[in-house]
Design a protein around this ligand. Structure first.
Ligand SMILES: C[S@@+](CC[C@H](N)C(=O)[O-])C[C@H]1O[C@@H](n2cnc3c(N)ncnc32)[C@H](O)[C@@H]1O
Length: 232
């Protein structure tokens, strides 16, 4: 369905550090409610497909964070991955499990209800970590950085993290995902992981016009990030 249904999950709550964050119940209510979910297209994310094709990746251990109703997790399992997929909303995980069963890949998929900022998923290290529209749900820079730090902790030696993120580019809109700038993304990721590529693209969504997005591919650091240098 194409519409202007609200993208985000609404209200915020404080975590233990006093940082504002949307509580799990708000996401659960979105999946329980009868409003359309603009992100839930039922189509595999083409940035995921082209990235894996470009790198010749046909399988391994994959982690999807914030998997929603599981479309991309199921596709990864069909491609040959052993998939671990987590989401903070139990209703989304139930739908994802049902989708995996219907497509005959339930044995290759392990779905867990889990808050990725608070709990580590089982099964690390992963060859591929994927999130579509999850890094961008965190308004606070500290949470965005924590998200990246926790990915660094579960990524294998040659592992890759692909993230699709709502962008500050594009005209004003009253629909679509939260907007994050290239600077927000670099600030969050660079201290923890090496950014291989960060490019502007579009997000496939049930919205009147396709919102702009960032597609960010990162890998584990072999050396810590070095501060900018100055001459003299
Ligand atoms: C915009 S939706 C995207 C869902 C899915 N990736 C897709 O593209 O259809 C964001 C998802 O992240 C989940 N989420 C939000 N915060 C999370 C957290 N801290 N840990 C795990 N999942 C989270 C939400 O429940 C929701 O399913």
């Amino acid at each position: 369905m194409i519409g202007t249904a609200r993208w985000d999950a609404g209200g915020a709550a404080c975590n233990a550090s006093g940082v504002q964050r949307r509580p799990a119940t708000v996401w659960k209510d979105r999946y329980k409610g009868d409003q359309p979910l603009p992100w839930d297209t039922g189509r595999v994310d083409q940035h995921l497909v082209t990235t894996l094709d470009a790198h010749g990746i046909t399988g391994g251990k994959g982690l999807e964070i914030g998997c929603g109703t599981g479309t991309n997790s199921v596709w990864l399992a069909e491609r040959g991955f052993e998939v671990t997929a987590v989401d903070v909303a139990a209703e989304a995980i139930e739908a994802a499990r049902a989708k995996a069963r219907a497509r005959g890949v339930a044995e290759r998929c392990s779905f867990f209800v889990l808050d990725f900022l608070e709990q580590a998923p089982e099964g690390a290290p992963f060859d591929l970590v994927f999130d579509r529209g999850v890094l961008h749900v965190f308004d606070e820079a500290a949470d965005q950085a924590r998200f990246a730090e926790r990915i660094a902790a579960v990524l294998g030696e040659d592992g890759l993290w692909l993230s699709v993120i709502g962008s500050t580019e594009g005209p004003e809109r009253d629909h679509g995902p939260p907007r994050r700038s290239m600077r927000d993304i670099a600030n969050a990721i660079e201290p923890h992981l090496e950014i291989i590529s960060l490019r502007g693209a579009q997000l496939d969504a049930n919205t009147p016009t396709p919102p702009r997005a960032w597609v960010c591919l990162s890998r584990r650091r072999t050396v810590p990030a070095v501060p900018s240098t100055r001459r003299g």
